[in-house]
Design a protein around this ligand. Sequence first.
Ligand code: WTA
Length: 671
Amino acid sequence: GMATGNKLRHVESLQEMPSGAGKISCLNAVILGEALASEENDLVFPSDDFARQAHVSSPQQYLEMYKRSVEDPAGFWSDIASEFYWKQKWDQPVCSENFDFRKGNISIQWFKGGLTNICYNCLDRNIESGNADKIAIYWEGNDLGVEDSLTYAQLLDRVCQLANYLKAIGVKKGDAVVIYLPMLMELPIAMLACARIGAVHSVVFAGFSSESLAQRILDCKPKVVITCNAVKRGAKAIHLKDIVDAALVDSAKNGISDFVPKYPPTCEVEWVDAEDPLFLLYTSGSTGKPKGVLHTTGGYMVYTATTFKYAFDYKPSDIYWCTADCGWITGHSYVTYGPLLNGASVVVFEGAPTYPDAGRCWDIVDKFKVTIFYTAPTLYVTRYSRKSLRVLGSVGEPINPSAWRWFFNVVGNSRCPISDTWWQTETGGFMITPLPGAWPLKPGSATFPFFGVQPVIVDEKGVEIEGECSGYLCVKSSWPGAFRTLYGDHERYETTYFKPFAGYYFTGDGCSRSNGQKIADGLHPCFRDKDGYHWLTGRVDDVINVSGHRIGTAEVESALVSHPKCAEAAVVGVEHEVKGQGIYAFITLVEGEPYSEELRKSLILTVRKQIGAFAAPDKIHWAPGLPKTRSGKIMRRILRKIASRQLDELGDTSTLAEPHVVEQLIELADR
Ligand code: WTA
């Protein structure tokens, strides 16, 4: 098994890192075993056997590659990009960017002038290299015993049939296509079919309601919406087609046709520029309106493939399963594109991980002999042996050291390294992640930046801080997988991500350099410890992550206030044992309206209808008034403390317009 504890291993001295990556050099301290009894010094080493076979098998090897990736990004990434098929190589600099709004518009370009196609690289290229009969997708249905699979050659046929159909109904290069499907094989097929003909897909998670779907349709004006009649999730049937019909009534009335796949199984590839859009994915920010995160083709392709290969130490013999839904970025980058670009066999699971019982996940792992299992920390339960596993992955929320230990000891039999991957819809792929053969892990830390990524921690003024500290997590200069704009709103892109800290991409996450350290207002930022390990501890804005589903508190609030009896709403995230974060809503009713169980239910129903069931508040807290500053700003810091019942940490309430509302709220906490 893997050795744990403060053992002296990998004792060679490490070279000093170039500027911008200087923090890494302090890894010396860990490696030479400066052991203190604390979480930060709790090291879990890869076994010799694992390290020996790994793509990157020592810190030295990582550091050499990392050094090159930041000193010579063009050389580093063009070597990797050359392993893919390009109809025509890029004729402009590998990367050009402006990250500083003071110098003009923000822009990022990678491989500009290169012509390629990501579907071709996922399918045709792997088929030509001898993988035609390798399984591309193992599909496991919601109900036991319902399953299917497709080889790479069969997957290509299906993709081409749909691509031909889309062309036949007039979809052209650059057109948007909305995909509203559950986790059927048709979902990755539809994504790939769009990519093949140069159409821009926008997958909407099938848990979103018709109103949310309509909002997205109105924003990106697709030529087509691809859906299916109904889906079973657990014991429940959900009629997706009815939801789409309702959304179309809300957004655009158009002909609805049923798809019969009688189209030929070959389809010419549309070669697109590396900077042509590949997809739009709507995600939540701190204001009400979802943002259309736009990713382009070439850089995203190279980045998702490379991060997949290294962070999971992928080998052709692996069977890979990611439990994410393709409605979220994790499903885009690490169910569909990253694995298929590597020629991997991917398990796609339609159902809920707890149906028919909590052992379902482990049944699936055993059934397909899954070797790499990538999931959110909220998945749990032990029961079966998971002998096949060799690498575990975690995403979406901070994993606390005891959950990490559980995942490591129980699921992985103390044998499988955990890649705790930190990234975002906006980043396209992993940003801070272990390379499982290279580093000793620290339970709860996402460890070090991926190749080419230069994370920095800044203070409120945007000044970079070195050494052990805490602050806001930013990134200096671009990486190939970075999003290029927010669809139709480049100004919002600049304002949200590039203006808070001039010269950097602001992630919205905090980072701190001592486990548990917090910044002033009680939010948990990210930190980097004395050894250069990064500890991500959550968002510093009003975005929350509920069971791996990203949602803005403002969106939930605007759904709640649309209820005729709700005068005002304030929503905060609270720690939730199962979901990671739960949704906690403070509600002020219109004058004279009494509290009632019925009203509580009807408020929750409003959110389910307007956003989707996953966004339904876990708790409604009646609030005769909300704590506000004299200028009328809601003090969320205080609401967060009340919601998590940390009543002795309310801090200074003297600046409130009406300090007594706090006592009122505390009294009503369990009503
Ligand atoms: C959070 C999901 C801690 C973070 C891929 C980020 C994490 C947000 C981790 C993005 C992790 C993601 N440790 N926090 N390993 N991974 N997050 O866009 O707050 O749905 O900003 O992308 O999830 O959520 P999104």
